[in-house]
Design a protein around this ligand. Structure first.
Ligand SMILES: Nc1ncnc2c1ncn2[C@@H]1O[C@H](COP(=O)(O)OP(=O)(O)OP(=O)(O)O)[C@@H](O)[C@H]1O
Length: 562
């Protein structure tokens, strides 16, 4: 079912692309080469005005490159860009903004210590000044598109969903009529995703055009009016979302049939691998405790999943376990050894693998070649050192190891000598996973392990984790992706304001129950160690997918931060 080109009106079925009305964006013959890689090859893409258009494809397929070309960050080697019927040369983001194009990046670019108004006007002072005029304009845009942004709120006090709406407002403030979003739902919990989609529908009903990249195919099918599939740098299909399933879409992305997922037997044992015993962490700024009496045991062969709205203590819990922060009270045991006052390096060498949330800050040296990144965090281990006292880095062993990781974890790269910064986001993630899993850790701390990874690679990563679990690995899995939590975990706990709920059984828990516990809508048991009862009314189970009885829970503006 592949092969139809965008704009091809022949055929029929889901791949038919019919463009009526005016095109907001028309790309023809776009080609972009990097050393050793053709990132985009003869791309053809038409986006109708007033629609939501999704771009999907495997990691490294060329999606980000194409969006960067459209936003003037990168220039194509060949091809034409037509915006609202006029051919444009976009040499910089300033050119793109002048053409009415705005982009919201995955890593938000907001200053925490400034207000919303200050963030929005920064660099755009000449438009509406920095005072009342700007404040009025922000309110006007916020009201017009239902963004619920308060100009005088401090960004530091806001949750992830609210920050994203400020980023959207920022580009609207600069006059964008075409908005590009790079994996906007990757950082959101389900309720926030629904809110974002409402915002996108609002934008399109006002005649704006939205383009977004996503790996979450069920979400794409829910919100997009049209979907373009990119495979190995080129557009291979334009799909009508009403006519395809997520699986068909995934098969278009990879160009072949996907294997069916296998069912799993429990591998949980009674041997504790990681014990978090009464951990609390005071807020140095004097606010509420960041972690509040956390008790948690992970056994050999067990995956414990942590669900929660970002900013409720997940990052701090990981930092305490990994030795980056000292807890105020409590102990951490690896096996039966107290590692509470150990350094990061000692903890890693004792068998703790770590997949960090922020791969750019904690996971990779972006300017260093892949093989040097594979040594990172494991510099003193025997495979990576040679010479008397183990002082020299054993480059050839590290390179061999990197070749193996690239092969086993399907890291798409022209060579192991390119910098990790030149890999696509998903391939950077695969490199980190490979590096950690190849060490055969006893315990793996995995924060959002498949964020930004395509569905095929996600399934492969899950298989690697499951295989290691069969061999006794204990995993702490922190994820915003409920499907991942339910699919991988043996037990799910919810983190809220630094405290952990009781245990939820992933086989029976509903999205609504987890959602309620995550936003505090459900009354948490007084004893956090007591099993949470599933108190949602039976009617909740009969509601259609995606609906919830969770009140907004203050995620607008106030967010759900600590
Ligand atoms: N600045 C760069 N230098 C060298 N190669 C690059 C650069 N940017 C991208 N590439 C390469 O171009 C190809 C396409 O990358 P791109 O980031 O566009 O993929 P993607 O579809 O967005 O992937 P992901 O889903 O993983 O984010 C990859 O092979 C990548 O390694």
């Amino acid at each position: 079912m592949t092969g139809d080109k965008p704009g091809d009106k022949s055929g029929g079925g889901p791949l038919r692309a019919v463009h009526h009305g005016a095109a907001a964006v028309r790309l023809e013959g776009i080609t972009k080469r990097f050393p050793g890689v053709v990132a985009n090859k003869d791309i053809a893409l038409t986006v109708d005005k007033g629609t939501v258009h999704a771009i999907v494809g495997e990691n490294g397929a060329g999606k980000s490159t194409l969006m960067k070309i459209l936003y003037g960050v990168q220039q194509p080697d060949e091809g034409t860009i037509e915006i609202d019927g006029t051919v444009r040369q976009l040499r910089s983001p300033a050119d793109a903004i002048a053409a009415g194009i705005g982009m919201v990046f995955q890593h938000f670019q907001l200053a925490d210590n400034l207000t919303v108004l200050e963030n929005v006007v920064l660099g755009a002072e000449r438009l509406h000044g920095i005072g009342e005029g700007a404040r009025a304009k922000i309110r006007e845009i916020s009201d017009a598109y239902g963004l619920d942004v308060r100009p005088d709120a401090l960004v530091a006090d806001l949750g992830v969903g609210a920050r994203q709406r400020i980023e959207i407002l920022k580009v609207l403030y600069r006059g964008a009529r075409i908005i590009i979003l790079d994996e906007p739902t990757a950082v959101l919990v389900p309720q926030e995703v629904d809110e974002l989609f409402d915002n996108l529908r609002e934008l399109k009903s006002e005649g704006l055009t939205v383009m977004f990249i996503s790996h979450k195919l069920d979400e794409v099918l829910k919100v997009a009016d049209a979907i373009t599939v990119i495979r190995r740098g080129t557009t291979v299909a334009e799909v009508d979302p009403s006519g395809v399933t997520p699986r068909q879409l995934a098969e278009l992305m990879v160009g072949s049939e996907l294997p069916s997922p296998s069912t799993e037997e429990s591998t949980v044992t009674r041997t504790p691998m990681l014990t978090v015993d009464g951990i609390s962490l005071d807020d140095p700024a004097g606010g509420r405790e960041l972690l509040d009496g956390i008790d948690l045991t992970i056994h050999a062969g067990e995956v414990v999943g942590i669900a929660g709205v970002e900013g409720n203590g997940q990052a701090e819990l990981v930092e305490v376990i990994m030795g980056m922060r000292e807890p105020t009270t409590g102990r951490i045991l690896l096996g039966d050894v107290d590692i509470s006052d150990w350094q990061v390096r000692e903890i890693r060498e004792a068998g703790m693998g770590y997949i960090p949330e922020d791969r750019h800050r904690h996971g990779l040296l972006l300017e260093a070649p892949l093989w040097e990144n594979v040594i990172l965090g494991h510099q003193t281990e025997s495979v990576n050192v040679s010479g008397p006292g183990g002082v020299l880095v054993n480059a050839s062993a590290a390179k061999r190891e990197t070749e193996t990781i690239v092969e086993e974890f399907d890291v798409r790269t022209p060579s192991i000598n390119v910098t990790s910064g030149s890999l696509s986001g998903g391939n950077q993630q695969k490199l980190i996973i490979g590096r950690e899993m190849r060490r055969n850790p006893r315990v793996l701390i995995a924060a959002h392990p498949t964020r930004g990874v395509d569905v095929g690679a996600q399934a492969a990563i899950w298989d690697h984790i499951k295989a290691a679990r069969r061999n006794g690995l204990g995993v702490l899995l922190i994820s915003a992706d409920l499907e991942e939590l339910v699919g991988l975990s043996d037990t799910i706990r919810v983190i809220l304001r630094g405290g952990l709920s009781g245990e939820f059984d992933p086989d029976v828990v509903t999205r609504e129950e987890l959602g309620a516990a995550m936003t505090g809508a459900q009354t948490t048991p007084a004893d956090p160690a007591a099993p949470a009862t599933h108190t949602t009314s039976p009617a909740a189970d009969r509601r259609p997918e995606g609906t919830t009885d969770v009140p907004d829970a203050g995620t607008h503006d106030e967010g759900t931060t600590r």
